[in-house]
Design a protein around this ligand. Structure first.
Ligand code: PLP
Length: 422
């Protein structure tokens, strides 16, 4: 059934008229009406007026249980009171200046305390910038120009990385299959002398919540070192999975770690961490890397990030994992009940839904795209906010009751979708 004839899309248009008007206006001033592709969907994205705890409220007055939490960044949900309190205090003292501030020391110390491979850290304003910075460090250390990453890995929107996330190699970008050590070794054997660094996520995030095999990750590190390249672990998304990130749980020691999302407590952020020897590159005495940015380590982000990390305890991570399990098994039950195919990848507090019998190579190359689009919009119609590609990331403020309500909404959404498919 076409989108125009679909009752699911008709219901969406009916209940989100103010969002539609905003979209028409936004398109006049921004191409596609947006600056963020991952926050766009057809027929138009919702305009959200406010977020509070586990809920989002749109400009038409509809409420949504947020099961995405800004693609994992809001690990404590929206307007988390301890973060708001710290930020409010900081804003009253000013938001940025071209000198040092104390909150950056606290956040850097908290990161060093939690993440075993990190002795020092350098802040940026996004994970994308963290990738660019890590790549720069690797190029300077090795004198080489290229990178190797996983096909469908995601390290932000710098061109050299973004092409890889769509499955394409480029003149600076080599690709190998995730969880395939032999493939990584083969590329490193053939092209190792050109490769400055290997970038890997311990769990593919945008690539569909695919857990990296520990032997694979360790093996790639060894192969990278053998080739004289750095091993960069991208924990922008995965830091939320363990107090010390995935590397803590998996016993991995990368040369450099990329961070972002939760270390900003809801504000724009990124960081690169590593051992002292490597990071002396930035030191004023031996400045091999000139790294600056108007808003780097601004005090507002730093206080928010420090609270966000402090409040993410092992117990709360465990609780989110338990609720993700409850959600996942409930989704399997209701898919069976509604005779819809369903396959789910998961790790920790995240999962990715595929409305197919099996899991495709990547969420960007999937046979269920049309069905997933429809299910996403049907979920919104029933007050459930998930990623258009089926990703879910829980927060610490989501309760068991919320998950039970989410399952009711998902059930109703599946019923609507099944009715149109049948
Ligand atoms: C693993 C990973 N690396 C890097 C990035 C890029 O971060 P940002 O969106 O802050 O540029 C993301 C964002 O989703 C990510 O998931």
């Amino acid at each position: 059934m076409s989108r125009l004839a679909s009752p699911v899309y008709a219901a969406y248009r009916e209940r989100t008229k103010a969002s539609a008007e905003n979209y028409d206006q936004a398109r006049q001033f921004m191409p596609g009406g947006t600056s963020r592709q991952a926050a766009f969907w057809l027929p138009y994205p919702l305009t959200i007026k406010r977020g509070a705890g586990a809920y989002l409220h749109d400009v038409d007055g509809n409420r949504y249980l947020d099961l995405l939490n800004n693609y994992t960044a809001l690990v404590h949900g929206h307007a988390y009171p301890p973060i708001i309190e710290a930020v409010r205090e900081q804003i009253g003292r000013g938001t940025c200046w071209a000198a040092a501030n104390e909150p950056q020391i606290k956040l850097a110390a908290a990161i060093v305390d939690r993440v075993s491979s990190i002795e020092q850290v350098r802040f940026t304003n996004s994970g994308t910038e963290a990738a660019a910075l890590a790549f720069t460090i690797a190029r300077i250390v090795t004198g080489r120009e290229k990178l190797l990453m996983a096909r469908y890995g995601y390290h932000g929107s710098l061109h050299e990385f973004e092409i890889g996330s769509f499955g394409n190699a480029g003149h600076l970008t080599f690709l190998a299959r995730y969880n395939d050590l032999a493939d990584f070794e083969a590329v490193l054997e053939t092209h190792g002398e050109e490769i400055a660094a290997v970038f890997l996520e311990p769990v593919l995030g945008a690539g569909g919540i695919v857990c990296g095999d520990e032997q694979f990750l360790e093996g790639v590190k060894v192969a990278a070192h053998k080739a004289g390249a750095l091993f960069v672990l991208d924990e922008v998304l995965t830091l939320r999975f363990g107090v010390g990130g995935c590397q803590g749980d998996m016993g991995l020691e990368p040369d450099l770690t990329m961070l972002g999302k939760i270390i900003g407590g809801g504000f724009p952020v990124g960081a690169v961490g590593g051992n002292r020897d490597l990071l002396t590159l930035f030191g004023p005495d031996d400045m091999k890397v000139f790294h600056s940015g108007t808003f780097n380590a601004d005090p507002v982000t730093m206080v928010a990030g420090e609270v966000s990390l402090r409040e993410l305890t092992a117990g709360r991570i465990e609780q989110m994992n338990r609720l993700r399990q409850m959600l996942q098994s409930g989704l399997n039950d209701i898919a069976r009940k509604n005779s819809l195919p369903l396959a789910i990848n998961h790790y920790g507090s995240c999962l990715n839904i595929f409305l197919s019998e099996s899991i495709p190579d990547s969420p960007i190359d999937r046979a269920d795209e049309e069905l997933m689009d429809r299910f996403h919009v049907a979920c919104l119609n029933h007050g459930l906010f998930i990623a258009p590609r089926g990703m879910v990331a829980l927060s610490t403020v989501i309760t068991e009751e919320d998950i039970a309500a989410a399952l009711e909404s998902a059930d109703a959404a599946m019923r609507d979708v099944a009715a149109e498919s049948g």
